[in-house]
Design a protein around this ligand. Structure first.
Ligand SMILES: Cc1cc2nc3c(=O)[nH]c(=O)nc-3n(C[C@H](O)[C@H](O)[C@H](O)COP(=O)(O)OP(=O)(O)OC[C@H]3O[C@@H](n4cnc5c(N)ncnc54)[C@H](O)[C@@H]3O)c2cc1C
Length: 382
C-alpha cells in the first residue's frame, strides 16, 4: 500500500451496505436528480421522430434540460455508461443517462487507480469518474441520478421507468455493472480503500512484501490468492467451510503454493485498525474460538452480483446472472445494447468497460442510422 493510499480520503467516507450497486453511495455529484415533476409521467409523451440535435463538439448543449425522451438512453454511469455517453453525445444523439443510485459506479469506492491509461501518477477513483462525467456532460448528455426500476423492451420506442417518470428511447445501452459482494461488516466498510479491497488485479500491487488475507472458497478466491502471491510475502486464505468449491486444478495449485496458508472453518468477525487494516479478528466455525491475525490487507473474493434484475424476462441471463451478449455489444432485442461488467465476468476492469461503452455507442449509432432514426449528417466519423 502506498503512503498516498494510506492517507487518501476519497470523497466518500462511510459506504452504507444498501444492497445497491457498489454498496450504494452517499455521494451526489449532480444537481440533476431527475426531479421531473410527477405530472410529466402522466402526460402522454409523443416521441419526436427527429428531435432537435445539438451539434457535437465543444460547447454543444443538449436541448430541453428536462427532456424524458431520447434517441439513446444509457442505463448506468460507471466507466461503460459514461464512455457510451461521451461517444453518443459527440455523435449528436443527445443521450439521457439514467445514472443509478451509485453514480460513477464501482470506482467510487476505491482510492488509487494506477492502471487507467493517461494517469502516470495514478488518480483517485472518484476523481476519475468526476472527469468522465464532466466530459459526458460537456457534449450534451443529460445525466440523472436515478435507478431504473422497470423496462418495457416490447416495442419501440423502448420505455423505462425511474422514480415515477417514464423515459422513452429508440435505442438503449445497458451498462449497469456488477457489484462486488462484501461480508457486510461495519469495519470492512469503514476500511474499504484503506486495505480492504474486492479487486486483486486492481489493488494487489499495493501489498508488495506485506502479509495479507483473502476470503472465499470458489475459483475466484483461489485465483486471487494465487495472483496475490506475486506481491505479498504471505497470503492467508480464509474459508468458512472445510472443503473448497473451486475446481480441482485450482485447489491443487493453491494448496501447493508455499506462500499460501489455508485456514478452513474460519470467518472474519472484525477488521481491525482505525485508518488502515492492521489485523483481523477471526472465529473458528467449529470450536467457536476467536483469535487475532495480524495482516495489512484483506481481499474479499466471495463473488459479484451483476445488476440484471430489471432485464429478466426481456434479455438472456447466463447461469452466473450476467447478461448474454450477441456479437460484440448486441442483445437478443434489436436496438438494445450491452456494455461493461454487466456482461463481463472475465476482465472486470475500468478500461475494458470504457472500451465496451465506446463500442456500444458506435453500434447503437450505426443501428439508429440503419433504422432511419438518425441521418448520415448526425452520424459522426468519431
Ligand atoms: C474495490 C474496487 C477497486 C477497483 N479498482 C480498479 C482499478 O484500480 N482499476 C480498474 O481498471 N478497475 C478497478 N475496479 C473494477 C472497475 O471498477 C469495474 O470494472 C468498472 O467500474 C466496471 O464499469 P461498468 O461501467 O461496467 O460498471 P460499474 O462501475 O459497476 O457501474 C455500474 C453503474 O450502473 C448503475 N446502475 C446499476 N443498476 C442500475 C439501475 N437499475 N438503473 C440505473 N443505473 C443502474 C450504477 O449506479 C453504476 O453507475 C475496481 C473495482 C472495485 C470493486
Amino acid at each position: 500500500m502506498t503512503d498516498q493510499m494510506r492517507t487518501a480520503q476519497p470523497t466518500f467516507d462511510q459506504v452504507p451496505e444498501t444492497g445497491q450497486p457498489s454498496g450504494g453511495l452517499s455521494i451526489d455529484f449532480s444537481a440533476d436528480t431527475g426531479a421531473v415533476p410527477m405530472a410529466a409521467a402522466a402526460t402522454p409523451i409523443a416521441f419526436a421522430p427527429e428531435p432537435a440535435t445539438a451539434p457535437g463538439g465543444p460547447g454543444g448543449a443538449a436541448s430541453g434540460a428536462d427532456r424524458t425522451e431520447a434517441k439513446v438512453v444509457i442505463i448506468g454511469s460507471g466507466p461503460a455508461g459514461l464512455t457510451a455517453a461521451i461517444y453518443a453525445a459527440r455523435a449528436g444523439l443527445e443521450p439521457i443517462v439514467l445514472a443509478g443510485s451509485a453514480p460513477g459506479g464501482q470506482l467510487m469506492i476505491t482510492s488509487d487507480v494506477e492502471n487507467y491509461p493517461g494517469f502516470p501518477d495514478g488518480i483517485q477513483g472518484p476523481e476519475l469518474m468526476a472527469l468522465f462525467r464532466a466530459q459526458a456532460e460537456r457534449f450534451g448528455s443529460r445525466i440523472i441520478d436515478v435507478d431504473v426500476e422497470r423496462v418495457d423492451f416490447g416495442s419501440r420506442p423502448f420505455r423505462l421507468w425511474a422514480r415515477g417518470v417514464e423515459y422513452r428511447a429508440q435505442a438503449v445501452i445497458i451498462a449497469t455493472g456488477a457489484s462486488a459482494l462484501w461480508l457486510g461488516l461495519e469495519s470492512e466498510t469503514r476500511l474499504r480503500g484503506r486495505g480492504v479491497s474486492a479487486c486483486a488485479t486492481c489493488d494487489g500491487f499495493f501489498f508488495r512484501d506485506k502479509e495479507i488475507a483473502v476470503v472465499g472458497g470458489g475459483d475466484t478466491a483461489l485465483e486471487e490468492a494465487t495472483f496475490l502471491t506475486r506481491f505479498a510475502s504471505k497470503v492467508h486464505l480464509l474459508h468458512r467451510r472445510d472443503t473448497f468449491r473451486g475446481s480441482r486444478i485450482m485447489v491443487q495449485r493453491t494448496l501447493e503454493n508455499p506462500k499460501i496458508e489455508v485456514h478452513y472453518n474460519t470467518v472474519v468477525e472484525e477488521v481491525l485498525g482505525d485508518t488502515k487494516v492492521e489485523g483481523l479478528r477471526l472465529r473458528d466455525t467449529v470450536t467457536g474460538q476467536e483469535r487475532v491475525m495480524p495482516v495489512e490487507g484483506l481481499f474479499i473474493a466471495i463473488g459479484h452480483r451483476p445488476n440484471t434484475d430489471i432485464f429478466r424476462g426481456w434479455l438472456e441471463i447466463d447461469e452466473k446472472g450476467y447478461l448474454r451478449v450477441e456479437g460484440e455489444t448486441g442483445s437478443q432485442i434489436e436496438g438494445v445494447f450491452i456494455a461493461g461488467d454487466v456482461h463481463d465476468h472475465r476482465y472486470r476492469q475500468a478500461v475494458t468497460a470504457a472500451g465496451d461503452g465506446c463500442k456500444a455507442a458506435i453500434d447503437a449509432e450505426r443501428w439508429l442510422e440503419a433504422q432511419g432514426v438518425v441521418t448520415a449528417s448526425t452520424a459522426t466519423a468519431w
